[in-house]
Design a protein around this ligand. Structure first.
Ligand code: FES
Length: 117
């Protein structure tokens, strides 16, 4: 028997374009946070929508994220560039830093966030 809280629904997998992004608001540790979701086939990775450079949102308009032809995410504020495996900044003003990841899982076509510990 498990006592963990149920996972919270964030978004339907199909609502995120394959190879694309979505932005959702979720209560993390009791605070409403903007999250960046990135889909690759049936996999979704999530990070806080907060750039490690100056703390700005990464999207230029809610849910509108910039992606290069090489598959890198570019912060709309000052151009920090992130790879989408681990969210590490590979170019720009915060090179070497990384986005803060959020544990999510895909189950039955739904993207769920794990409850806070
Ligand atoms: S806040 Fe993202 S590059 Fe400056």
């Amino acid at each position: 028997m498990t006592s963990s809280a149920p996972h919270l629904f964030l978004i339907a997998l199909d609502a995120i374009p394959d190879g694309g992004f979505a932005e959702v608001e979720a209560a993390i540790d009791g605070d409403a946070e903007s999250l960046l979701l990135y889909r690759e086939g049936g996999q979704v990775r999530a990070w806080f929508n907060v750039c490690p450079h100056a703390g700005r949102r990464l999207d230029w308009s809610p849910g509108q994220f910039l992606k290069t032809k090489d598959g890198l995410l570019v912060c709309a504020a000052h151009g920090a560039t992130f790879e989408l495996g681990r969210g590490e900044c590979v170019a720009g003003p915060c090179r070497g830093e990384a986005l803060r990841s959020v544990a999510v899982e895909v189950r039955d076509g739904e993207v769920l966030v794990e409850p806070s510990p």
